[in-house]
Design a protein around this ligand. Structure first.
Ligand SMILES: Nc1ncnc2c1ncn2[C@@H]1O[C@H](COP(=O)(O)OP(=O)(O)OP(=O)(O)O)[C@@H](O)[C@H]1O
Ligand SMILES: Nc1nc2c(ncn2[C@@H]2O[C@H](COP(=O)(O)O)[C@@H](O)[C@H]2O)c(=O)[nH]1
Length: 232
């Protein structure tokens, strides 16, 4: 197709033109891609790989009252806040969703997500089933949810220990909750078993690529096809 083709699709910052004119823009509202799993199944590892490979994807950085782990960077991994600060944010309506997980509070700041979606960028969430249920209630059309299963309970425990960032008590607390968290898999659109990251990462990428092409997410299709049917 030549640059002068009347069917040329324009993306990103190019100026939209009126529907039915020679050039009709197809653009897209961003989507929210949620990863949930029992602690240690691999959400953080998968998220890092997706973000490194996909410039249209940005991470939702949660606020949490949990203490920072060694190596975690404030503002990158989490916004680490006190319980009082967290309460203030709740009262000011600053969270899209929030929940108590393993004895600490975690919440998704609303502003960056809304800005990304309206700018056509996709947002990746590493949140638990309680947060996913809240997003499902408030923004079902923008939501794509993926539940990550570990290959076995023994491997889940091995991964939690191998991360070497939580105490034995903390690992025991998370393992004790795993069965309960696993019970939520039927609430998700997609379910994967994370055997090897080399296989799981392309599977999640495939979900993202397909969901981006859903008819409902592509804005301007009616006008584009109308122009095609008029022979433009
Ligand atoms: N497919 C895999 N095979 C082997 N090890 C893995 C795999 N996926 C992740 N891991 C390792 O398991 C550990 C836990 O992974 P990760 O931190 O990504 O889990 P998580 O689901 O984000 O946990 P949490 O919910 O506690 O944040 C890490 O040490 C990670 O390197
Ligand atoms: N509902 C929410 N859950 C969240 C959020 N941020 C993280 N999480 C979940 O908490 C646990 C523990 O995380 P960790 O970093 O302490 O290991 C894990 O299941 C996360 O998915 C959030 O904003 N809302």
């Amino acid at each position: 197709m030549s640059a002068a083709s009347p069917h040329k699709k324009k993306h990103g910052a190019s100026a939209p033109e009126a529907a039915g004119s020679a050039f009709v823009e197809i653009h897209r509202r961003g989507l929210m891609l949620v990863l949930s799993s029992p602690s240690g199944a691999g959400k953080t590892s998968i998220s890092r790989a997706l973000l490194a490979r996909d410039p249209l994807l940005q991470m939702s950085v949660s606020a949490t009252t949990r203490p920072k782990r060694p190596g975690e960077v404030p503002g990158v991994d989490y916004h680490f806040v006190s319980p009082d600060e967290f309460n203030l944010m709740v009262n000011r309506g600053e969270f899209l969703e929030y929940a108590k997980v393993f004895g600490n509070y975690y919440g998704t700041p609303r502003g960056p997500v809304e800005a990304a979606l309206s700018g056509g960028r996709d947002v990746l969430f590493d949140i638990d089933w309680q947060g996913t249920q809240q997003l499902e209630a408030s923004a079902p059309k923008d939501l794509v949810t993926v539940f990550i299963l570990p290959p076995s309970t023994r491997e889940l425990e091995r991964r939690l220990h191998s991360r070497a960032q939580d105490s034995h008590e903390e690992v025991a607390k998370r393992m004790a909750k795993a069965a309960d968290e696993l019970s939520h898999w039927p609430e998700y659109h997609y379910v994967l078993v994370n055997h090897e990251l080399e296989k799981t990462i392309p599977q999640v990428e495939a979900i993202l690529q397909a969901e981006r092409l859903r008819r409902e997410r592509q804005l301007g299709l009616h006008e584009f096809v109308k122009a095609l049917r008029e022979g433009q």
